[in-house]
Ligand binder design. Structure first.
Ligand SMILES: *[C@@H]1O[C@H](CO)[C@@H](O)[C@H](O)[C@H]1NC(C)=O
Ligand SMILES: *[C@@H]1O[C@H](CO)[C@@H](O)[C@H](O)[C@H]1NC(C)=O
Ligand SMILES: *[C@@H]1O[C@H](CO)[C@@H](O)[C@H](O)[C@H]1NC(C)=O
Length: 496
């Protein structure tokens, strides 16, 4: 946290070098931004501009190029000036470049201390403003990874003093071979701070995190409003991203995989680890791909939303799970627009669970797992399933459910799989006095029919008829005399 008095001096040679680099780059960079009268590509540099001016040009054109060159020099000068006075600029703009702290952007040497120092400096609050519960407002401070790759031997940790309104972005982190296996590359975690929340409005963006099969990627503990955006987390041994406590971590536009693979990996049976672990409320996972891990998303706390997630982490046939909702009796999860690619959703004692608009490929399905046998307020509706004609149920029970209430599994479509539903209809033709309609192949729960409606159509006949028996998911309608009739029956498995 304390300022580093020697920093500017130490960095001067590097700054001069950087200044020269800026000089070299500025021409190309600015040319792209300025309009070019003849529509040349964006890579026009100073030399190209001069060549252009030598060709047939009107006086106006030459002036344009002269102005262009002048403006460009101006821009180079000012950016060079800014770089030369970088330490001051950093302090006032609050962008902390890790290379200014000596972090090696080639990844050859350990950069842990340097990056942690940059983070610590970013955490010195610019004023006394605070956020929720007194979290210091860091005023938009950025820890900029300068597009480098950094080797780290230990986690990047945030000061226990807490902080909000900051970003860490734009670079790659790679765990060393001796990185502690029980830690994460980036840890938003302040142990024993005594506050309810330690970090707020933290953004981790445009980061490639390579865990080197040691620990995990990111952990977010007791934090509020954290965004993990456009990141790529690979080679994790434990979790790609783990959230515990806190509220509102948004994991979006992000790719997670233990192994870099695009599917059909020969080592798939051996995948371990978890892509995303949510052990807190009110989080959102959206537009995320999990391409290898034993479990795609493990959810152990209620009120989390999952949408637009593509799980092909480890086929359920090989023992993997796409999304595991391990919150028996208090699920409160909604999953929509997901692509479960050979990976299933498992929900333990689901109470308030919604799954819709999703595509299940390769016999992937929804498994309701009984713990205390409660399924209440469950909607698995409007999904499409594609299987391989192995008779796999689109929704499957694992164990016995004794409490079933407001469970709606319906309006799903499938090819190559067995449709299961909590409501069904059927018709039977015949000539006789008894009609039996067997709904057991389609109804999800065994021996459970809550409601029956039937109608009997018997041409000119007017037999007396009755619902004789409803058991074993079969419905028996009987008449007092033999007639030729069609019986139409609607059933559902809810009891109210
Ligand atoms: C911050 O708070 C301290 C202590 O209350 C006070 O002395 C100081 O002037 C404040 N600084 C600003 C910038 O308001
Ligand atoms: C139905 O069965 C009865 C007696 O078994 C027979 O008289 C009648 O013709 C049959 N009706 C039809 C439509 O087959
Ligand atoms: C209904 O059918 C089941 C199975 O065939 C049978 O065990 C049960 O006794 C029947 N109930 C009645 C009221 O006929």
């Amino acid at each position: 946290m304390e300022p580093a008095p020697g920093r500017r001096g130490r960095c001067l040679p590097l700054l001069l070098l950087l200044g020269a680099l800026v000089l070299a780059l500025a021409g190309g960079a600015t040319a792209a931004a300025w309009p070019h009268p003849h529509g040349h590509g964006g890579s026009v540099g100073l030399a190209a501009a001069a060549d252009g001016a030598g060709m047939a040009r009107t006086a106006g054109g030459e002036r344009w190029y002269r102005d262009l060159a002048l403006r460009r020099m101006e821009s180079v000068r000012s950016s060079f000036g800014a770089r030369r006075d970088l330490a001051t600029a950093s302090a006032s703009t609050r962008v902390y470049h890790v290379t200014d702290y000596g972090a090696d952007p080639t990844g050859a040497t350990d950069a842990t201390a340097a990056i942690n120092k940059a983070i610590a400096d970013a955490f010195s609050p610019p004023n006394n403003a605070t956020m929720t519960g007194g979290i210091p407002d860091l005023g938009g401070a950025e820890v900029h990874l300068d597009g480098g790759t950094y080797l780290i031997k230990g986690p990047l940790t945030l000061p226990a003093s807490g902080g909000g309104n900051f970003k860490i972005h734009s670079g790659s982190l790679r765990a060393s071979d001796d990185f502690p296996t029980d830690r994460y590359l980036i840890e938003l975690s302040a142990t024993k701070s005594g506050r309810s929340y330690d970090y707020e409005y933290a953004t981790l963006r445009d980061l490639m995190l390579d865990c080197s099969y040691r620990g995990g990627g990111v952990t977010v503990v007791d934090s509020l409003r954290v965004a993990i955006d456009n990141c790529y987390v690979a080679h994790f041994a434990s979790d790609g991203v783990a959230v515990r406590g806190g509220h509102e971590t948004f994991i979006r536009n992000t790719f997670l995989g233990q192994h870099m693979t695009a599917g059909g990996d020969p080592g798939e049976r051996g995948f371990t680890g978890t892509g995303i672990r949510l052990d807190g409320n009110d989080n959102s996972v959206s537009d995320v791909v999990i391409f290898s891990a034993a479990t795609g998303i493990m959810v152990t706390a209620p009120a989390n939303s999952i949408s637009g997630v593509h799980c092909y982490n480890k086929a359920t046939g090989f023992g993997g799970t796409g999304i595991h909702l391990k919150i028996p009796g208090l699920t409160q999860a909604w999953i929509s627009n997901c692509y479960m690619d050979y990976t299933s959703i498992v929900a333990e004692d689901p109470v308030l669970l919604h799954v819709s608009g999703s595509f299940f490929l390769g016999d992937a399905n929804v498994v309701l797992k009984a713990v205390n046998g409660v399924a209440r307020g469950v909607q698995v509706v409007g999904n499409i399933f594609s299987g391989r004609d192995k008779g796999v149920d689109i929704v499957q029970l694992d164990g016995k459910f004794t409490t079933v209430d407001q469970v709606y599994v319906q309006q799903n479509s499938a090819t190559g799989m067995t449709i299961k539903s909590t409501s069904a209809r059927a018709s039977a033709d015949g000539n006789g006095s008894s009609w039996t309609l067997d709904f057991s192949p389609v109804l999800l729960f065994p021996d459970r029919i809550g409601h029956v409606q039937y109608s009997l159509v018997a041409g000119d006949e007017f037999p007396s008829h009755t619902l004789r028996n409803v058991s074993g998911n079969q419905v028996v309608v009987a008449t007092d005399k033999a007639v030729s009739a069609t019986v139409h029956v609607l059933v559902d498995q809810n009891s109210d």
